[in-house]
Ligand binder design. Structure first.
Ligand code: HEM
Length: 214
C-alpha cells in the first residue's frame, strides 16, 4: 500500500486532477502545511476510514434488522424513516468501537480516575453509545428512538470527515437491499465477528433471500 500511495501521489503531483489527493498536494505545496508523512498518513486514513467503517456499518445494520423482525417490518412499512434508522444502527452496533488513541497533555481526572499526562487512552465509543444514562434501555434496537449525541462518528474537532458520505452510502444500501429483496432472513450457522480491537463487523453475513419478481 505504501508503494501504491507513493506512486499515486507522484502521479497526482505530476498531473493534478479534480480530486481530493490533488487538493491535498496543492495545500502542501502552497503553504507547507502538510509534511510528506502527513500527506501519506492522510491518504491511508481516508482510504481505510472511508471504506472499512462503512462496510461494517452496512453489514451491522442488516444484521440488526434481520435479528429484529419487528423493526425490519416497521422500516419496510416506512422506508422514508431510513435516515433515522441509520443513526440507530450506528449507535446500536458501532462500527469503530474505539476512537483513535488519545494522549492527555496534562493530568486529567475522570470519574475518580486520574490519567497522567502522556499516557495512552482508549476511548470506547461503543460503550458510550450504550450508556443507560444517555439512552434508555440501550441494548434494545429502537429505530424510532432519539439518538442525538451518539458518538459513532466521533465528536469535536476530529468529528468524522466522511460522515455525510457514510450516512448516504448506508441509507442507499439498506434501501436498495430491502427494495430488491422482499424476503430476506438470516441463514443458519454461527456468525463470525472480525478479530479486531477497533473494527466491529462480521467476517460474513449469510442470508437467505427471494428477489423481487422471482
Ligand atoms: C460508517 C462509516 C464511518 C464511521 C462509523 C466513521 C467513524 C469515525 C470516527 C468515530 C471518527 C473519529 C475518530 C476519533 O475521534 O478518534 C472518524 C474520523 C474520521 N473519519 Fe470516519 N467514519 C466513517 C466513514 C468515513 C468516511 C466515508 C470517510 C472518508 C471518506 C471517513 C474519514 C474520516 C477521517 C479522515 C477521520 C479523521 C478526522 C480527524 O481526525 O480530524 N470516515 N470517523
Amino acid at each position: 500500500m505504501l508503494g501504491f500511495f507513493t506512486r499515486l501521489l507522484a502521479d497526482k503531483r505530476a498531473e493534478p486532477a479534480d480530486d481530493l489527493l490533488s487538493d491535498l498536494i496543492a495545500v502542501r505545496e502552497e503553504g507547507d502545511r502538510l509534511s510528506e508523512d502527513e500527506l501519506m498518513s492522510l491518504a491511508f486514513l481516508i482510504l481505510f476510514a472511508g471504506y472499512e467503517n462503512t462496510v461494517q456499518l452496512i453489514g451491522n445494520a442488516v444484521l440488526a434488522l434481520l435479528q429484529h423482525p419487528d423493526q425490519l417490518a416497521a422500516l419496510r412499512h416506512n422506508p422514508d424513516q431510513v435516515a433515522l434508522a441509520v443513526e440507530e444502527f450506528a449507535r446500536f452496533e458501532t462500527p469503530g468501537s474505539l476512537a483513535i488513541r488519545r494522549f492527555p497533555v496534562e493530568d486529567v481526572t475522570i470519574a475518580g480516575v486520574t490519567v497522567p499526562a502522556g499516557e495512552t487512552v482508549w476511548v470506547s465509543l461503543a460503550s458510550a453509545n450504550r450508556d443507560p444514562a444517555r439512552f434508555p434501555d440501550p441494548d434494545r434496537l429502537d429505530l424510532a428512538r432519539d439518538t442525538s449525541g451518539h458518538l459513532a462518528l466521533g465528536h469535536g474537532i476530529h468529528y468524522c470527515l466522511g460522515a455525510p458520505l457514510a450516512r448516504a452510502e448506508t441509507e442507499i444500501a439498506v434501501t436498495a437491499l430491502l427494495e430488491r429483496f422482499p424476503v430476506l432472513a438470516l441463514a443458519d450457522g454461527d456468525l463470525r465477528w472480525r478479530r479486531s480491537l477497533r473494527a466491529r463487523g462480521l467476517v460474513a453475513l449469510p442470508v437467505t433471500y427471494a428477489r423481487k419478481n422471482s
